[in-house]
Design a binder for this molecule. Structure first.
Ligand code: FES
Ligand code: FES
Length: 167
């Protein structure tokens, strides 16, 4: 229901390259990046958990860096490159991180998994040979309530191994 005392939200045009494709939309200025990818582009692999920048389920890459998309305005991504979990595969071939999570059972319910896969991708891009402590530190912004984290860490170690041997 509209509220007569409510200020109308201003709108703006954003142009964001998402998973290699240029997108352009007129959106309310306060649209979050998580809303933009899910509700405007229907890329629902980016999950929303807490919506307060705590759980990491909404993690995407912004110009290659992992960000919590519930904590970034779509306007802040204007003119930049965003990668969601849907953009990691190579024409249907899972990325090394995706394949490793699959092979090592790095998920149970899977709700946190897109965020972990994106955060792990960013971690391994910056540090292809992380120690277990570096993996724990690198993924500290992502929460999983199911796995106990052991399988996730094993998945990241396996992904590092695959990346370093070029498979
Ligand atoms: S939904 Fe963004 S961090 Fe939880
Ligand atoms: S697999 Fe269920 S929350 Fe992580």
């Amino acid at each position: 229901m509209s509220n007569a005392n409510q200020e109308p939200q201003s709108e703006l045009i954003v142009t964001i390259t998402v998973n290699g494709s240029k997108t352009g939309e007129i959106i309310p200025a306060r649209t979050l990046l998580s809303e933009y990818v899910r509700e405007h582009l229907y890329l629902t692999g980016t999950h929303r958990g807490c919506e307060t920048a705590k759980c990491g389920a909404c993690t995407v890459l912004l110009d290659g860096k992992a960000v919590k998309s519930c904590n970034v305005l779509a306007a802040q991504a204007n003119g930049r490159n965003v990668t969601t979990v849907e953009g990691l595969d190579d024409h249907g071939k899972l990325s090394p991180v995706q394949q490793s999570f699959w092979d090592n059972h790095g998920m149970q319910c899977g709700y946190c998994t897109p965020g972990f896969v994106i955060a792990s991708t960013a971690l391994l891009n910056e540090n292809p040979n992380p120690t277990i402590d570096e993996i724990r530190f690198g993924l500290a912004g992502n929460i999983c309530r199911c796995t106990g984290y052991t399988k996730i860490i094993e998945s990241v170690q396996d992904a590092a191994h695959r990346i370093n041997k070029g498979s």
